[in-house]
Design a protein around this ligand. Sequence first.
Ligand code: SF4
Length: 421
Amino acid sequence: MKDVNYKIYTLGCKVNQYDSALISQVLQSYGFCKVNRDADLAIINTCAVTQKAISKDKRMINRARRENPKAKIIVFGCWPRVYSGLIKLDNVDYILGAGEFDKLFKIIKIIYKVKKKLNLPDIVATDRTRYFLKIQDGCEQFCTYCIIPLARGKLKSRPAKKIIKEAKNAIKHNYKEIVLTGIHLGLYGKKGRGNFKYDLADLIKKILVLPGLGRLRLSSIEITEIDDKIINLLKKEKKLCPHLHIPLQSGSDKILKLMNRPYTKDYFKKQVNRIRKVVPDIAISTDIIVGFPGETDQDFKETCRFTREIGFSRIHVFSFSAHPMTLAFHFPDKVKSEVISKRSKILRSIGEKLEESFKNKFKNKTLEVFVERQGNNYLIGRSEYYFEVKFKPDNIVDNIVDNYQNKHYNNLINKIVAVKF
Ligand code: SF4
């Protein structure tokens, strides 16, 4: 086998980043070399979440062709999966959908005459600091605006054994924070209509006892899937970050119904109260879509009111953009783009204020900060509640969570320290 250089272009979400990191590690195990351009092999891991994302895919494919004129080009990921058979591209060699890893590695082995056996890596590093551990893929909810069930297919959970092995390796490689990710995390362990043999809470418990674990965080979980087992773990387990990202999407029951979200705002509020009764200071962040078809000024006002009522710790605002393969694309009463921008701006500013007031609750309290980088004379990290904290080493209080030699800036990066906020 001759020396092979490769480059991977990744678009989209954390799950895609994980998949690209996995591909990259397999290629390295074959002896391939990662380069910035003029590669022999270029893989574009695509996203299909909106029309805009697909336009970006196309631009990225052209860029890959320009930067790697002699390369074999493989288009991979959600775009081919959603539009299987419908993509016509002259300038690429292979097109494979998300999840088709076996085919991908088979093709690569044939093209480059690789003799080595396929060995999936024990650790898939996507980020310098946190370790994003994929435990689940797929979704069967079919929210009317979302393409993911088509892009990612049915619910699939990775076996706990494999996840634990990967978590152990991440700890061994000095990752201090592990973030459990998936497309529909709360349904970990569920297959089709069958019952759970094991669930997310069982898995969390298994990870929490691993020696050397710094802390564990959940990436995003649906309000309907937060049960007493998870709430009690959040209360009892110091290493499980008191932070839940729960997508609300709209604070209007009418819009929630049109979105096919399986709850009302009343239910959402009751669940939040139930969680806060047990874990009073928990951070609850959310996603909200602005400008869904049929969203009137009144509906939008309801959403704004509701976000304040809940007191989210952070809001990710998404301006609605219809994907042609979703039901919502065909819905009447589209909201004008100027109105969507105006509403998004208003909601973002509410989100900033809520974030500030959530942070203020912790003034003068001690936070456990995972130190990520150094600024000009200060350090920056994230607290267990997920908000960013800037501090000087002098603010570190006695009860050190992590071992370190001294309070020099460099020594503190990638450590968890207790900081007076
Ligand atoms: S639950 Fe999430 S991933 Fe599944 S369809 Fe709805 S928005 Fe998409």
